[in-house]
Design a protein around this ligand. Structure first.
Ligand code: SAM
Length: 229
């Protein structure tokens, strides 16, 4: 019995410590750098980022940097997650498509704010881990599929917002097609060895406008072998 109480006590202490680190992350890395959307701030305060990184990275979960998640991929820096989410101007009723599930963390942040998230990951091991991470975090409105995200997820289109978290050399046409009128799409675009830029696309009726936001560095958008020509 005493051992059980000690384990519960230690788990509570860890949870409190992670909550403290999360609050500090939000104050120092998110609010001080200009993120002001209350929904984004609350989501970043709520989602337990340490549940989305491998065991050996847990002590660095709230660091001001991207972190390895295995398979040569990364979970983005907290500020970039918040920045991209804010630029999507999400509403609670929104349906969002994410390409590049990775750890599932960005999807979890989106899911705190909107109705549902459909997320596509090309690496099967990561898609599976993301599902486990999301379950551990108690998040039920994210749907994960393992596929080449170039084609989006047409069965659930159109989407109010689309976020791509790996960098292609140009925006995949099917993703722009799956954006609803009035929808926003955010994507890093560029070659891996040169500067990439975060771009924001907006669809007004059938017209699409675009704006360059920030220089960034994302992992490359990869394609299934049979699609590479
Ligand atoms: C920077 S990581 C994503 C970070 C993730 N959003 C998170 O919160 O952990 C980029 C992800 O995009 C995935 N990816 C790259 N090309 C893809 C494609 N064509 N379709 C789907 N996922 C892709 C990578 O495997 C990787 O997991």
């Amino acid at each position: 019995m005493t051992i059980i109480f000690m384990i519960i006590f230690m788990l509570n202490t860890f949870q409190q410590e992670y909550a403290r680190e999360r609050k500090k992350m939000v104050e120092d890395q998110i609010i001080k750098r200009g993120i002001s959307d209350r929904n984004v701030i609350n989501a970043m305060l709520t989602v337990p980022r340490h549940l989305f990184v491998p065991e050996y990275m847990k002590s660095r979960a709230y660091d001001d940097s991207p972190l390895e998640i295995g398979e040569g991929q990364t979970i983005s820096q907290p500020y970039i997650v918040a920045y991209m989410t804010e630029k999507l101007r999400l509403k609670p009723s929104d349906k969002v498509l994410e390409i590049g599930t990775g750890s599932g963390y960005q999807a979890a942040v989106l899911a705190e704010i909107c109705d549902s998230v459909f997320s596509v990951e090309i690496i099967p091991e990561l898609a599976l881990t993301a599902e486990v991470n999301l379950e551990k975090a108690g998040i039920e409105n994210v749907h994960v599929k393992c596929a080449d995200g170039y084609f989006g997820w047409p069965e659930h289109a159109p989407y109010d917002a689309i976020i791509i978290t790996a960098a292609p050399e140009k925006v995949p046409e099917p993703l722009l097609e799956q954006l609803a009128p009035g929808g926003r799409l955010i994507i890093p675009v560029g070659h891996r060895s040169y500067t990439q830029f975060l771009m924001l696309y907006e669809k007004k009726e059938k017209k699409i406008s675009s704006r360059t936001l920030l220089p960034v560095r994302f992992v490359p958008f990869t394609r299934e072998k049979d699609q590479l020509h």
